[in-house]
Every structure is written in structure tokens, then in C-alpha cells.
Write a protein that binds this ligand. Structure first.
Ligand code: PDD
Length: 283
């Protein structure tokens, strides 16, 4: 069954949707994106995703393709037209299409593309089992706070993880973990504190991270925002990652060493439940 996707003002079957070969998203990865999860047909924490999209656009001097309200209307329409109950809505804005040149013309109209992907979010097998990760050097650019589509380093890291029999990679720069290849990284240290790297240009300000840290404050979970090393993670009680596509998911093995008893830990499981409750109701 063919999906209905959205390209520049038009809903169309995926086989008929087109973007120019001169699109700067294609030629230069001159583009930013957002991924919003869908649970029970509902967009999760979408206002926060659209606010981050605005920030990403502003940081690279790209005009917004539409108002937040108009974009959300497109997202809802896609969810409805595709009968999406659980999965994600992907959204990408590129600077637009013109003959190849590093600099761009003033007034170039941005390209806006959205599509859905159906997949289990709440009851995913990987969340039940937990992720095996390997550590790799962080080869990305220095503005990781911008959600840009230049994801080749993430693709290479995830392929290396897959070839090593793992599920994902934790990226290391200057001796400490920055984040996962497509998620934010956390440990529960030996005193029961939740530890995660503070926001900076080193990492993406995750929307799931933001909501989770607020929920932790409400629940009285002690938090320390500081960088941590792989060595510390190896002796942590628990480890987990967050993102819109996998919510809160345990990490059960790092570089072949089990974390805790090798299963998603009790606090990780509780935080996943608390986040799911937020996602289903308030998010
Ligand atoms: N990735 N860090 C990186 C490098 C990411 O790519 C992502 C999200 C996150 C988590 O952000 P959020 O909680 O807002 O999803 C952190 C998305 C899901 C992706 O690229 O598919």
C-alpha cells in the first residue's frame, strides 16, 4: 500500500512525490528536520518539536516554510490520511532548489517534505530487550545543537555498530560521551543519580530529554548534568537513551560489557512508563 506524503503544498502518493535534483538538501545537506512520534494517532510533544525546528532554521538563516499551525495541520492530515496509529512523522525543510552554488540566492523558496512511518513505539521488542551499544569517536561537526540532515557520521556509526553485532553507538569526544548516534545518553550512577551531559553545541537538545528531565524533577529523581566517560558508564547501575522514535530505552551492554544485570534497569523501566503516561496524555 502506497503512503500519502506531502511535498511543497501537495499531498501525493509516495511514488508521485518529487523534489528537484538541484535541491540544496540533496546537493549540500542544506536542510534541517524533525521527527515527532505518534502514539494512538496523537502527535507527541509536537509544539516543542516545532519550536526546535524554528530555532534550527534561525541558526542557519533559513526562512520558515509555514507557520507552526500550518505545519501541524499538515502533520495531522498525514496521520489521518495514512491511518497512522503508532509510528513517526518525519519533516524536512531544505533551502530550496537552484543551480549548484555554495552560496544561495536571497528569496529562494524553501522545500517542505513530510512523510509518516508506521512502527511499534510503545511495545517495541528493542525496548523490552534493551540496546547493545559500542563506543566510537564522535566525527560530527561542531554544531550538533542544530538538527541538520548531514547525518553521514551517524549512518557510518550505526553501520559499524550493526557490523559489530550491536544496535547503536555512543559517541565520544574529548574523553566523554556526547550522545548516542541518534539519541541522548544517560547513566544512573552508583549513588542512584541520573547523569546526562548538559546542553551545549556538543549535543542535540532532545525534546524527549527536556520532557523527561522535567518529569524527573517532579518525581524527585536526583539529576546531575555533567559529561561522563565510557569507563564510568561501564560501572553504572543502569544506562539508557532517549529520542522521539524510541522514547526511553535501556542500554544493556556497552562495548561487550553488560550494564547492571544485562537487562533494562528498574529506574529506566519506571522512567519509560512515566514518559509514556506523559506522551499519551499531556505530551
Ligand atoms: N534523532 N541526539 C541526536 C543526535 C538525535 O539525532 C536525536 C533524535 C536525539 C533525540 O532528540 P529527540 O528527543 O528530540 O528525538 C538526540 C531522531 C529521532 C532521528 O534522527 O531519527
Amino acid at each position: 500500500m502506497s503512503r500519502i506524503v506531502y511535498v511543497n503544498g501537495r499531498f501525493a502518493p509516495e511514488t508521485e512525490a518529487m523534489v528537484s535534483i538541484f535541491d540544496r538538501g540533496f546537493l549540500f545537506a542544506d536542510a534541517v528536520y524533525e521527527v515527532t512520534s505518534v502514539i494512538g494517532g496523537r502527535l507527541v510533544d509536537n509544539r516543542a518539536h516545532l519550536a526546535r525546528l524554528r530555532r534550527s532554521l534561525a541558526e542557519i538563516d533559513m526562512p520558515a516554510p509555514a507557520s507552526d499551525e500550518a505545519i501541524e495541520a499538515i502533520q495531522r492530515e498525514l496521520v489521518a490520511r495514512n491511518g497512522l496509529d503508532e509510528g513517526i512523522v518525519y519533516l524536512q525543510v531544505t533551502r530550496g532548489a537552484e543551480d549548484r552554488d555554495f552560496t544561495w540566492s536571497a528569496g529562494l523558496a524553501p522545500t517542505l517534505v513530510l512523510f509518516t512511518q508506521a512502527r511499534p513505539v510503545v511495545d517495541s521488542p528493542l525496548a523490552r530487550r534493551g540496546l547493545k551499544v559500542i563506543s566510537l569517536p564522535d566525527l560530527r561537526w561542531r554544531r550538533r545543537d542544530i538538527k541538520a540532515t548531514g547525518l553521514l557520521p551517524a549512518c557510518l556509526a550505526k553501520m559499524a555498530a550493526k557490523r559489530a553485532g550491536a544496535d547503536d553507538a555512543w559517541l565520544v569526544a574529548g574523553g566523554t560521551v556526547t550522545e548516542g548516534a541518534s539519541n541522548n545518553a544517560y547513566i544512573i550512577d552508583r549513588t542512584g543519580r541520573l547523569v546526562t551531559r548538559p546542553l551545549s553545541q556538543d549535543i542535540l537538545p532532545g525534546i524527549t530529554r527536556r520532557a523527561l528531565l522535567e518529569l524527573c524533577a517532579r518525581e524527585g529523581v536526583p539529576l546531575e548534568e555533567r559529561p561522563f566517560t565510557i569507563e564510568e558508564a561501564l560501572t553504572a547501575r543502569e544506562a539508557f537513551v532517549t529520542s522521539a522514535s524510541i522514547l526511553v530505552t535501556g542500554v544493556v551492554e556497552i562495548d561487550g560489557h553488560p550494564i547492571g544485570d544485562g537487562k533494562p534497569g528498574p529506574l529506566t523501566r519506571r522512567l519509560r512508563e512515566i514518559y509514556l503516561e506523559f506522551a499519551r496524555t499531556g505530551g
